[in-house]
Design a protein. Structure first.
Length: 135
């Protein structure tokens, strides 16, 4: 069930840093889209892995804290807070200064019954960038 796959994606891949699980969890042709405009941010499982690694390098203590979870037959919507300190690598050309981030993120996932095939996200980008600038 897609809901179980989303739980694994958030809790084990992101929060426990188990990126090895992506091979069995995400389809080869996975798509990550921007919910605001529908653009494709990342294509393929390896692209997804690279994006997760970028976040984890920049925010070594990053956590996704799910606050709501809605499911229908085909999709799962997850509402979460993304928290952490920018103490690792540069993020989007912003050098780390120890800034604490806490921003809302909404993700809508689709699956094929065996794997996740896509998700679309809406992140409080402006809030995130303001927090990084204040660091």
């Amino acid at each position: 069930m897609t809901s179980d796959l989303v739980r694994i994606f958030i809790e084990e891949v992101w929060n426990q840093r188990r990126l090895d699980l992506l091979d069995g969890l995400a389809a080869d042709d996975y798509e990550l889209r921007n919910l605001a405009d529908g653009s494709v941010a990342t294509r393929g499982r390896q692209g997804l892995r690279a994006q997760i690694e970028e976040w984890l390098r920049a925010f070594p203590d990053l956590r996704l804290l799910e606050t709501d979870h809605l499911t229908d037959c085909e999709r799962v919507a997850s509402v979460a807070r993304i928290t952490g300190c920018h103490t690792g690598a540069a993020f989007r050309a912003i050098e780390p200064r120890g800034a604490r981030i806490d921003a809302a993120i909404v993700a809508i996932f689709t699956g094929d019954g065996e794997r996740l095939v896509s998700h679309s996200t809406l992140l409080q980008t402006r809030r995130l960038l303001e927090q990084l600038a204040l660091g």
